[in-house]
Write a new protein. Sequence first.
Length: 240
Amino acid sequence: MRSLVLADIHANLQALQAVLDDAAAAGGFDDVWCLGDIVGYGPQPSECIARLRSLSLNAVSGNHDLAAAGAMGTEAFNPLAAEAALWTAERLSAEEKAWLRELPQVSTVGEFTLTHGSLKDPAWEYLYSSAAAAAHLARQATDYGFVGHTHVPLVFFEASRTLSPGAGEVLDLSGTRFVANPGGVGQPRDGDPRAAYALVDSEARRIEFRRVAYDIAATQARMRAAGLPEFLWRRLPQGR
């Protein structure tokens, strides 16, 4: 069984399709695990929702999904994120919003626990520190877990060991407990503008962290045409 792990697509259809194509060329996948923030920031929320729903999907909600669906306020968002959330909400159908609202905040798939932020605060907490990761792992009933939200590829193991996986790096499922972030698909923030994702091979007992380039200029053009904030489209080539 091969599972494609995605986080923080953020309505960037160009990046999402590049990931799907790259994963298909790398041996394919049987299902998709989505760690939230399907929408927000980007110009094609409905298209990204439809593309994911056409696949065998296990998804959890992120804070941007909940805000766009009317299930969360934007008081804690920065002004640009709040503006993009309102723009998204005005373009999603009632059915799409209902679908986003119905996504769980935590899901268990075999040996893996999936959530957007952390098990302490599924919608909001960022796992950047070993202390936050330790609190998450204390709540994680499975050996392995995936989170998104930070847009940065990172693995936290028990005993406070961390790994910043590079493109093509492979992590064995050896029994050492961890929580991993595959990085962001639609708005990476680790200095690499390429879309980030992971492939889990449950038979080979390994995870591969991957990167793929996409047509950033096409996404930027759509964002400009949509009137989305300039900072949001200018940041994409910087991977920040």
